[in-house]
Design a protein around this ligand. Sequence first.
Ligand code: B12
Ligand code: SF4
Ligand code: SF4
Length: 327
Amino acid sequence: MHPLHDPSGLEALSQEIKSLALSLGFHQVGITSTDPLLDDGEHLKRWLSEGHAADMAYLHKSPEFRSDPKRRFPEAKSVICLALNYHQPEPDPPQTHQTGARKGKVARYAWGEDYHHIIEEKLCALIQEITARGGKCWKGYVDHGPLLERAFAQRAGLGFVGKNTNLITDDYGSWVFLAEVVTDLKLIADLPATGQCGTCRRCLDACPTGALPEAYRLDARKCISYLTIENKGPIPEDLVPNLEEWIFGCDICQTVCPFNNQAIPTDVPGLSYRKGAGARLSIDEIEAIPDNATFKARFKRSPLLRAKRTGLARNAAALQPTQEMKS
Ligand code: B12
Ligand code: SF4
Ligand code: SF4
């Protein structure tokens, strides 16, 4: 941009930061202000008060920070929102029944290496570049930070929040991870995304456990993703028959989504199913893992470590009756 039209240089700096993010391998980048997300903050409060967070206690800690980053970082002015595509086609769909081997399905986000490692490296590099241009950055966030990542991404124009509560982008559907950098630079904000689900309700009808009781509302107590990853207790008996072979996570409300039909495959090598647990896991293998050290070595750098050996063994045990009934 010509300096006469951009006397403060902020338009040019915003564009430069976006180009840097793309050159580091992020697939999308958008900018929004640190103004509070008033409606989303209210939705979050209601979601927590109705028990929909199950026992994820960390979500109850200072929920107001999640919609209002300035409460934590008063000098913060902009949130740089980033997306990384993780889509790849299913490698071996007929394997389970063809070979007769007992297998459980792994959610697509967890087929390769843990995305936290991959994204954190890129965030560090981006923060270095911004700091070199005079911007102060607080920690880069991916997943664990106190931010409503999908709501900020929507306001930064990356995509819209669908009825299954996922952020849906134009090019990659909802198969994207989200990350953010919070900075004191007053960058030029993008326009919010305006897409919508329209009359579609496929995800609400397809969820096998009733974890989407209404549009835009997920009840983690019933969600297979929660029950097989975050949950520390047993899987409720009435939901066991509805696990639909998922041993880690669940993708049903995403695979039925029409916006996910044409998603472009990822170009991030570490996310390939060849670099990690893959799309299906042998139940016999999981049951035979003798101790934590073997489990950690088997799933080194994989998101499956999150469930721990006891969690994964619990999931494998829960799948057995369903699979035996089917065979
Ligand atoms: C806790 C958590 C979970 C929980 C709860 C999920 C949930 N929907 O909240 C569990 C363990 C179940 C989970 C599952 C999954 N997760 Co998760 N999870 C998170 C985490 C850490 C916090 C989410 C949160 O704050 N929830 C609180 C609720 C209130 O927020 P919300 O559901 O987004 O609801 C918003 C809107 O729906 C809206 N809203 C609510 N009510 C209403 C009502 C109306 C009428 C309207 C209009 C709007 C509205 O306001 C809310 C606030 O913005 C985020 C990372 C982060 N820090 O944001 C990752 C994150 C959301 N998860 C992610 C992923 C990949 C998954 C899974 C796909 C993994 C899998 N395959 O198993 C599933 C998807 C399940 C699903 N349909 O959401 C990605 C999502 C990427 C994307 N494209 O959206 C994130 C952003 C992590 C990341 N950094 O990439 N997750
Ligand atoms: S991830 Fe699976 S269980 Fe959870 S809401 Fe989506 S379809 Fe339902
Ligand atoms: S399946 Fe339909 S209702 Fe659900 S998120 Fe996709 S477009 Fe929206």
